[in-house]
Design a protein around this ligand. Structure first.
Ligand code: HEM
Length: 453
């Protein structure tokens, strides 16, 4: 047991200036990295709303996520997202969370993912076919479109292109005000209906609800199992035989749509960016694609054979984790390593910091996919790499996301090469997910002259 009650940490004023209290998240990754550098595995400081902790130690991260259970709940950032997402899996607390998790889980069973994989490949093929070659393309916008199409198709079934566009634009508008909504006084604006931020958010949410409720209503009338996520949400029954209430179907559907597309899109954008900067890695990727696929697009059964492709995605999510920060609020007294955490404390962890901790990673800043197959990663402690979180709140879409990222990358990279037009570093834009801070423009070059399907 430690004699001191708290480990050392940065001065409160420095923390306030750098954390989201200002509604600006851009300084947070750098600030958290400096806290890890200056104070080591665990640091703590006071904030106006209570005590904060930052943990950069795999064992403690693992303990927080797995042993914490429901003694720890989501931090303020995700709770603020309830305005949009209601009480879907990402934002709900016990006992609702456990009940809903059990009801939604069957949508992510292995055989379902295999069925979604076909949709993923189709969407990537359509995107690749639309790239005529020797043109310039904004890869961030392209990956967002592909991921949104995949999320919309697997969630609500095929042919909803119009709905996908309407959803995409409403989601972007609703999320635009998210960082500002974290500022200290922003919650007050929620109660001022004529405040511009409140009005913008309400309009975007109303547009989104109109599309989602229409899709739910149409499906409710046509009760066939279409094999998509929405069919599962509508057909599932709780232990008393009751269907999920319509508002919860809406919340879960919107949560899956939102959580399911932006993260994967960002994983893919950062992967293309890394490939463009690392030609040796790109050549090895092409060699695997040529060996496994030759002149055809992938089929779902190819997924387990695309090992290097997967390692490339894993390494991309190490250096540029789409979910870059993970916070928890302590609701019951909790022992974290040597430290007693009181209810009300907030614990922050950050993938973008811990995934580069030099105590655990060889050449932490280098893009080296081979670390995932040469034994290096096998020696890592649990909690050193956690792009999908952990414990009872681990990402429900993890296998979905791996399958999507690998198959989309394979389908497109087999056909074309994307060459960066601007090799200056792409700035990070850390919002809810880690986005590129500028358009990622690339030149499309055909790879194989003969393309068969
Ligand atoms: C590369 C892609 C993805 C990344 C990096 C990612 C990351 C994460 C992380 C870190 C969490 C935990 C958040 C926390 O503990 O506070 C999470 C939760 C969640 N993710 Fe993902 N995710 C990805 C893709 C997906 C996909 C494809 C879906 C659905 C189709 C999805 C749905 C969810 C849901 C519903 C939760 C909440 C789970 C719960 O609390 O029970 N995610 N994700």
């Amino acid at each position: 047991m430690n004699a001191a009650r708290f480990p050392a940490g940065p001065p409160a004023l420095t923390a306030i200036r750098n954390l989201a209290a200002s509604g600006d998240l851009s300084r947070m990754p750098g600030f958290l990295a400096s806290v890890a550098r200056d104070y080591g595995p665990i640091a703590s400081w006071r904030m106006p709303r209570g005590r904060f902790w930052f943990v950069d130690e795999p064992a403690l991260i693992d303990q927080l996520l797995t042993a914490g259970g429901y003694d720890v709940i989501k931090g303020r950032g995700l709770r603020r997202m309830r305005r949009l997402l209601g009480h879907g899996l990402l934002t709900s607390d016990e006992p609702l969370h456990l009940k809903q998790r059990r009801l939604v889980q069957p949508a992510f069973h292995r055989e379902r993912i295999a069925a979604y994989a076909t949709t993923m490949i189709e969407a990537a093929r359509a995107a690749a076919e639309a790239l005529s070659g020797d043109e310039d393309v904004a890869v961030d916008a392209l990956m967002n479109r592909v991921a949104l199409r995949i999320a919309a198709a697997t969630l609500f079934s095929a042919d909803i292109d119009d709905a996908a566009d309407a959803i995409g634009s409403a989601v972007t508008r609703a999320m635009a005000g998210f960082p500002a909504s974290l500022s200290t006084f922003a919650e007050l604006f929620d109660y001022i209906p004529w405040h511009p931020a409140t009005r913008r958010f309400k309009h975007a949410k109303a547009d989104l609800d109109a599309v989602i409720y229409r899709l739910i209503e149409e499906r409710r009338r046509d009760e066939r199992d279409r094999g998509d996520l929405l069919s599962i949400l509508l057909s599932t029954r709780d232990e008393d035989g009751n269907p999920m209430p319509p508002e919860l179907v809406r919340d879960e559907a919107l949560t899956l749509l939102l959580a399911g597309h932006e993260t994967t899109a960002n994983a893919l954008v950062w992967t293309w960016d890394a490939l463009a900067r690392n030609p040796d890695v790109e050549a090895l990727l092409h060699a695997e694609l040529d060996a496994v696929l030759g002149d055809r697009d992938p089929v779902p059964a190819d997924y387990p054979r695309l090992n290097y492709t997967r390692d490339v995605v894993a390494e991309s999510m190490r250096l540029r984790p789409p979910a870059w920060i993970l916070g928890r609020r302590i609701v019951r007294p909790f022992q974290l390593g040597d430290w007693a955490l009181a209810p009300g404390s907030v614990v922050l962890t950050s993938q973008i910091v811990t995934h580069r901790n030099p105590r655990f990673w060889i050449e932490p800043e280098a893009f080296r996919p081979e670390r995932w197959s040469n034994g290096e990663s096998a020696a890592l402690p649990r909690g050193a790499y956690f792009p999908f979180g952990g414990g009872n709140r681990i990402c429900i879409g993890e296998s979905f996301a791996w399958t999507e990222a690998v198959l989309v990358l394979a389908t497109i990279a087999r056909r074309v090469r994307l060459r960066a037009l601007d090799l200056s570093p792409v700035p990070l834009e850390p919002l809810v997910t880690l986005r590129p801070g500028r358009p990622v423009m690339m030149r499309v070059e055909p790879r194989r002259s003969k393309v068969t399907v």
